[in-house]
Ligand binder design. Structure first.
Ligand code: ADP
Ligand code: MG
Length: 682
């Protein structure tokens, strides 16, 4: 049989291209921005006698003995000797070529981490190199790149070196700006990071506070700011109905409310009212902690559209939340003689038709719903404002769909977020939005007491639930989260419900979870709202927005499994009425480090912005940005929190660069995002 023919070169190239694509490298120039994860110091040798477990080091010596043993499993064990001692090298997986390379008598260098093994100190799977006569140590640190299967470090290094010789390394930062920022040149920075000089400090490079790293991060932030700014400017070029505030309806609503707006609410209402009067679309994010009163702010904005005969739509991510918004709005607005249409995916055909007719005839200008609102047959042909609650739960496309409803002009957009976004994150990722912040809770709220209770004391918690409910208050019981399996999650909810029903015969217990039919779900929520159900067993479907002021006790089982933002949201379901509220977090041992941190944070503070800050530290920015940037990439090198000084500078200089050097701004975007800048616009 003849050997298979070698693969044609074209195939080989495309295999390489495929692997590079996995790393986000599409063009040769992208290789330059593929920066090392870390560095290894192969410039020095450590005598075997001085090895300490821990950091990776390099040793050199002669193989004294090498043997493939089979106990406890097949492995290659090598004894390496230098002038000072002997070290064991151990390979649990190895190719025959390794056995050959490490034959007795071979002179080699080995790089790896030393650890204390059963038989003394050893290196497991060190990287080795055979030493030729007179071979020298590398003069500089060795970069280690993020890579993917089938692409060796050495190959990647070669490709990058070549890119450094062939690609455009022009500095896009005007010289005087760069000097004022005290940042090194672009080319110098890239070369320093890819091919560090012999005297480069390993710690500065690894910790990424070296000036070369700061230069890269700055350019990345600048490119981000420029692209967001451009997106902002482009959207402002569209027309939108100019809705001057006349205030008649709004005044009617305010007069009828049982409360006065907080100062923060008044500020937000004014900011929004001014935006709506402009002839171009508002793009505003309303941020406020749970319970800060965003709904009324949204309602007032919607009325401003209605006053001019325009439609206003409020879209929420879940049926429960949408339904609740509907009830609240309808309750506020019916006395003013305004109808609200209600559209949800689960509605009966008749009900849906009736609501569509309300919109079609213009009898109702206001609509509330789930994403059923953006299904193409809905009649939002005169949409003046779209309000999106929990904006991060919707994809870019869904939010755009709401915008596309009107031909000619775009509606104004108000996005609301119940999960506060740390300032540093908002400054970078949300720079294309105007932001209003509700930084004040309505008065009269009693702070929520949070308690951590080990699951060994579950009975005490049950007694507390009984006492609270018998005193006329109500409680939530949130079931353990089982992320891996929805059916297991449902089963757990069902079991919890049955157990609590048996354990608390004097109470009426209800159950709500994501798989209930919408009508059933609505019925349970309704019963809870009317205090016909005292204890509501629930999955996280109640996480956002649910508002039952008489509920003052929240119990969360296996709290250690929940994310910080989730715990904060859940806790925010209580503390909405006058009664003193508490939140009991039942946890099970053993706690992971991260789980412990989360419980500690939620125990220590109820300030949503502080919780968001800690959450950011624990989870990184990806989760916060969510669907907002789906497709577009997160920052790769800069960290808006740690590099806040650079974010501020980038914000300032982005505006200047667009004004003074638009061509350079373009080239900078091209360098960082290639063809992908489009994605940042949504
Ligand atoms: P969130 O910001 O979490 O969406 P909501 O809009 O649901 O908050 O408001 C929480 C509760 O506070 C609701 O019952 C709402 O009617 C009430 N509320 C809103 N604003 C005020 C205020 N200024 N004074 C008193 N209660 C208010
Ligand atoms: Mg809300």
């Amino acid at each position: 049989m003849s050997a298979p023919p070698p693969a044609p070169p074209a195939r080989k190239t495309s295999a390489l291209q495929g692997r590079l694509a996995k790393l986000g490298i599409a063009r040769e120039a992208d290789l330059l921005l593929h920066l090392p994860l870390r560095y290894e110091d192969e410039t020095r040798l450590v005598p075997i006698a001085e090895l300490k477990p821990g950091a990776p080091v390099q040793v050199a010596g002669v193989v004294e003995h090498a043997e493939v043993t089979f106990r406890p499993r097949r492995q290659l064990v090598v004894r390496l000797r230098d002038d000072t001692g002997v070290l064991t090298l151990r390979y649990l997986n190895f190719y025959p070529s390794v056995v050959k390379q490490l034959e007795t008598g071979a002179r080699i260098r080995a790089f790896g981490e030393v650890r204390g093994g059963f038989w003394g100190e050893e290196m497991v799977h060190p990287r080795t190199q055979t030493l030729a006569e007179g071979s020298e140590l590398p003069a500089a640190l060795t970069p280690v790149y993020p890579t993917t299967a089938g692409l060796a470090q050495s190959a990647l290094r070669k490709l990058i070196s070549r890119a450094l010789e062939r690609c455009d390394l022009a500095d896009h930062l005007p010289d005087d700006w760069r000097k004022a920022l005290r940042l090194p040149g672009w080319e110098r920075s890239l070369r320093h990071l890819h091919q560090p000089p012999p005297d480069a400090s390993l710690s500065a490079l690894d910790e990424r506070n070296h000036p070369a790293w700061r230069r890269i991060k700055f350019d990345e932030l600048l490119a981000q700011q420029i692209s967001l700014r451009r997106a902002y400017a482009e959207r402002r070029q569209h027309r939108a109905p100019s809705l001057l505030p006349s205030g008649k309806l709004a005044q009617g609503l305010l007069a009828a409310l049982p409360f006065a707006l907080t100062g923060a609410q008044r500020r937000a209402v004014n900011e929004i009212a001014q935006d709506l009067a402009q002839p171009h679309p508002m793009q505003r994010l309303l941020q406020g902690d749970v319970g800060s009163g965003k709904t009324i702010v949204a309602a007032l904005a919607m009325l401003q559209a209605a006053e001019h005969g325009y439609q206003a739509a409020l879209m929420a991510p879940t049926e429960i939340l949408a339904e609740q918004h509907y009830r609240k709005l309808a309750g506020w607005l019916a006395p003013l003689g305004l109808q609200v249409a209600w559209l949800s995916g689960s509605q009966k055909k008749r009900e849906r038709e009736a609501n569509r007719a309300l919109l079609a005839s213009g009898e109702a200008l206001l609509a509330v719903g789930t994403h059923a609102l953006i299904e193409d047959d809905v009649l939002l042909t005169r949409l003046g404002i779209a309000v999106v609650d929990e904006q991060h739960r919707f994809g870019v496309r869904q939010r755009l769909a709401l915008r596309e409803k009107v031909d000619g002009a775009l509606p104004h957009m108000l996005m609301m977020s119940a999960t506060p976004i740390p300032r540093t994150l908002a400054m970078s990722y949300m720079a294309d939005l105007d932001v209003s912040v509700l930084d004040e809770l309505p008065p009269g709220r009693t702070p929520i007491m949070t308690r951590l209770v080990s699951d060994a004391r579950r009975d005490e918690v049950i007694a507390r639930v009984r006492d609270a409910c018998l005193e006329g208050r109500q409680a939530y019981w949130v079931c353990p989260l089982i992320e891996e399996s929805e059916s297991l999650q449902l089963q757990t909810a069902q079991d919890t419900f049955e157990r609590l029903t048996a354990e608390l015969p004097e109470l009426k217990v209800g159950l709500v979870h994501g798989r209930l039919k919408p009508a059933e779900k609505a019925a349970v929520m309704e019963a809870f709202l009317r205090n016909e159900v005292q204890l509501l067993v629930a999955t996280t479907v109640i996480e956002v927005g649910v508002d039952v002021p008489n509920a003052s006790l929240m119990v969360i089982e296996h709290a250690e499994r929940f994310g910080l933002a989730q715990l904060h949201q859940l806790r925010g379901r209580v503390g909405r009425g006058a009664a003193a509220s508490s939140c009991v977090l039942i946890y099970a041992q053993p706690l992971s480090q991260n789980g412990r941190e989360r419980l500690k944070a939620i125990y220590e503070t109820t300030d949503g912005f502080e919780i968001a800050r800690r959450d950011l530290q624990l989870r990184g920015p990806g989760e916060f940005i969510g669907a907002r940037q789906s497709g577009a990439q997160l920052l790769r090198y800069a960290d808006p929190d740690a590099d806040i000084d650079l974010v501020e500078k980038a914000q300032e200089l982005a505006a200047r660069m667009l004004a003074e050097h638009p061509g350079t701004a373009e080239r900078l975007l091209e360098r960082w995002f290639g063809g992908r800048a489009e994605l940042l616009k949504a």
